[in-house]
Structures are given as C-alpha cells and as structure tokens.
Design a protein around this ligand. Sequence first.
Ligand SMILES: Nc1ncnc2c1ncn2[C@@H]1O[C@H](COP(=O)(O)OP(=O)(O)OP(=O)(O)O)[C@@H](O)[C@H]1O
Length: 212
Amino acid sequence: MDILRASHVTFKAGIQYPEIEIEAGLATFIQGASGCGKSTLLKLFNGTASPDHGKLFYRDKPLNTLDTVKLRQEVLLVGQVTFLFPGTIEDNFLEYYKYRELDPISAERMKHYLSLCSLDFPLDAVCDTMSGGERQRVYLAICLSLGPKVLMLDEPTSALDEKTAHHLIHHIKRFCKEEGITLVVVSHDAALTKQFADHIIVLEKGGLPCKA
Ligand SMILES: Nc1ncnc2c1ncn2[C@@H]1O[C@H](COP(=O)(O)OP(=O)(O)OP(=O)(O)O)[C@@H](O)[C@H]1O
C-alpha cells in the first residue's frame, strides 16, 4: 500500500514527474542526475513546495486538504539545510520537545539516537561550530526521536566517509523497520542504494517514466 503518491505532478523549470508511489514501511531510494528534481520531490511531499499541476497524496488524502503543520510532523524532511538552535545538542533536543509540547526524553535516550546517527559527541557539545554533516546528523537524531511516520532524507551521506555512511544507513534502516517508519532517501551513492533500497526510483531530466 502506498503512503505517499504523486500523480501528474509538474514543477517550475520544466520538471515533469512520472507517477510515483512510495510504499508504506519500505526504504525507497531516489536517484537521478543533478537538477532533475529529487530534492524538490521531497519538499513537494511535505508541503514545503507546491506543484504547478497535478496532485500529491498522503495516505490517500490530497495534501492540500491536510493540516500543514501536522503533515510536516508526520512526513519529516531532513534536508541539506538543517534547523538547529544556538547551543548544545541537549539544548536542541529540549527545544524541539518544547516546541512539540512533548515531555523531554532522558539523556540516555538522546545518546541512543546520537549513536544511531554515528555521532559520539557528548550532549553538551555545542552545535554552532560543528560541520555541516555533523549538524545534519544531530538534526537527524532529533527527528528520529520524534517518531515520524515517514522520514525523508536528502543526501544524508554526502559529507561522510564510506564506512560512516554505511553505518548510518544500516542503523537508520533497521530503526525505521522496527518502528514501522517509511524511509525515503535521496542519494547519489549507487553502492549504498543497491545495498539498502527495498525500492529504487530513478528520475530522469525532462520527466521520462521512472524505473522501479
Ligand atoms: N523554488 C524554486 N523555484 C524555481 N525553480 C526551482 C525552485 N526550487 C528548485 N528549482 C529548480 O528545480 C530544479 C530541480 O532542483 P532540485 O534541487 O530538486 O534538484 P536535485 O535533483 O535535487 O539536484 P541535486 O542532485 O543537484 O541536488 C533545479 O533546476 C532548480 O533550480
């Protein structure tokens, strides 16, 4: 059963998507040449971009009929631009839980999510001076802990060495399977995709049919 669907969707700059179905509970990897619309597809799926034509669906409901805040909490996008507050890793967990009006999780749980994301920083490490890749993984750890229904990752391994990239995707995929989270990953890494994808969507520039 699909959890996300794009039907007859077009976007600026001449992007015409094929019919796309994201199966619930699977790890779907999206590949394609630079500029073919991979990042935009993720943004379309959580309502941070709007299509010019066509329709997007989440659990069979048109996206434009859904509450945007709730949609973005359930269909969580970890993009290349991350949203961290100034301060430590722990400060950031606490801020996100406060914003969501949730009871904070324990320090032990925070450390568990950091290790899932291949980060061995202490909780009092300051995020402001971390590298882009480290900040993306701190944000990913917080997002994982928030229990999304769909987790969409845009190039999560682009800043990582091969071993760390493998470790990260292995742990995230296993966690998502255990928790019933649908995983969608945009990746240029063909080897990683081949190893971890349950389903592969290849987008073509100009909007040719995708290969599944
Ligand atoms: N808000 C926007 N308005 C107009 N054009 C946009 C907008 N957002 C993206 N584009 C254009 O849409 C095209 C697809 O961009 P997108 O970032 O989705 O590509 P991509 O496949 O993820 O590329 P890459 O692999 O290089 O990250 C690009 O030509 C980009 O310039």
